[in-house]
Design a protein around this ligand. Structure first.
Ligand code: ACO
Length: 321
């Protein structure tokens, strides 16, 4: 038996920072940012944390699924930006939402995080070790951004998305691929925020996100189409069988390039980075929730999900809605 997503939810902080707002603090412009990235605004956490955002998204997903918190067997939370090392964000969410029967753990796979927890959730269900799994991607990247670096601060935003995955005898389509390349890890890094002996962390640039944008771009536009083709081949499907391609929302030019390499138009590649920026592990589930709530998803449609990011990590999966 495999799982089927039976509910989704999301949450983004109220505070919005526009490209024009950023142009007041670094040497940039709305035109440059929107042309190069597709981002116009991002939501930035004030009082919100990974846990508070994740709990709100999770509560909405459970409500959408019509499932009580007590029914959840396992919470898998993808994040790289929790503000404490332990307890895990998943355990704090478990307390917040009253999922008294659930185990919980965090998964660190950067922007491939939601894809990773989806695959893990499916594996637990397939193995008969869980029936109802709450999948969450939640990030507070504004904590790790150097707001003086125009090369990175324009890209990211905060938020959370969640989905309830439940064992479903009628679900049949599932193929997955997950890859990593630690040798290229240097292209996208953020060192520990808790360096021993460091007196003033704000002066140590390695504690912020650092990125070789061009390398990351090349990596994404090469590896994502490969991973999509890999799962479609395993599933004996073609791109024409897929209703929607839900890609990590890093940059509109990456999505355009992936669509082109798969010889497809952009109609089946939804995007929302204009409103949220790159929310890392939260980007796919926020998009999934928007698609679900706006009625764009129909039972039986085949969807492809693909994540890619720091590690380097990347992968894809094809499944039936
Ligand atoms: N505003 C204005 N000018 C800028 C800005 C800015 N915010 N940032 C850089 N520039 C300047 C540079 O200084 C450079 O100026 P120069 O020509 O005088 O030297 C010029 O613009 C071009 O800079 P590049 O870094 O070459 O710009 P590029 O076209 O590569 O775009 C970008 C940068 C948008 C980051 C691009 O490399 C990219 O999209 N990379 C993908 C990385 C990504 O999406 N990462 C997200 C996190 S990882 C993930 O989610 C997978």
């Amino acid at each position: 038996m495999i799982g089927r997503i039976c509910g989704t939810g999301s949450y983004v902080p109220e505070k919005i920072v526009s490209n024009d707002d950023l142009a007041k603090i670094v040497d940039t412009s709305d035109e440059w940012i929107s042309e190069r990235t597709g981002v116009r605004r991002r939501h930035i956490a004030g009082q919100d944390t990974v846990v508070s955002m994740a709990a709100k998204a999770a509560g909405r997903a459970l409500e959408n699924a019509g499932i009580s918190p007590e029914e959840v067997d396992l919470i898998l939370l993808a994040t790289s930006t929790s503000n404490v090392i332990f307890p895990s964000a998943a355990c704090s969410v478990q307390k917040e939402i009253g999922a008294v029967n659930a185990g919980g753990l965090d998964v660190s796979a950067a922007c491939t995080g939601f894809l990773s927890v989806y695959q893990m959730g499916q594996a637990y269900i397939q193995a008969g070790m869980a029936r109802t799994v709450l999948l969450i991607g939640a990030e507070c990247l504004s904590r790790l951004v150097n707001w003086e670096d125009r090369g990175t601060c324009i890209l990211f935003g905060d938020g959370a998305g969640a989905a309830v995955l439940q064992a479903d005898a009628s679900a049949s389509c599932l193929q997955t691929a997950l890859h990593s390349d630690g040798a290229k890890g240097w292209t996208l890094t953020c060192d520990s925020r808790h360096k021993e002996g460091a007196k003033d962390l704000s002066k140590d640039l390695s504690t912020y996100i650092r990125m070789d944008g061009k390398e990351v771009f090349k990596f994404a536009v090469t590896k994502v189409p490969e991973a999509v083709r890999e799962v479609l081949k395993k599933a004996e499907l073609s791109v024409d069988d897929i209703s929607w391609f839900l890609l990590h929302q890093a940059n509109i030019r990456i999505i355009e390039s992936v669509a082109k390499r798969l010889r497809l138009g952009m109609e089946r590649f939804p995007s929302n980075m204009e409103e949220y920026g790159n929310t890392s592990a939260a980007s796919i589930p926020i998009l999934l929730d928007e698609m679900n709530r706006s009625g764009k998803l129909e039972r039986g449609q085949k969807l492809v999900m693909s994540g890619f990011g720091a590690g380097l990590t990347w992968g894809a999966c094809v499944f039936e809605w």
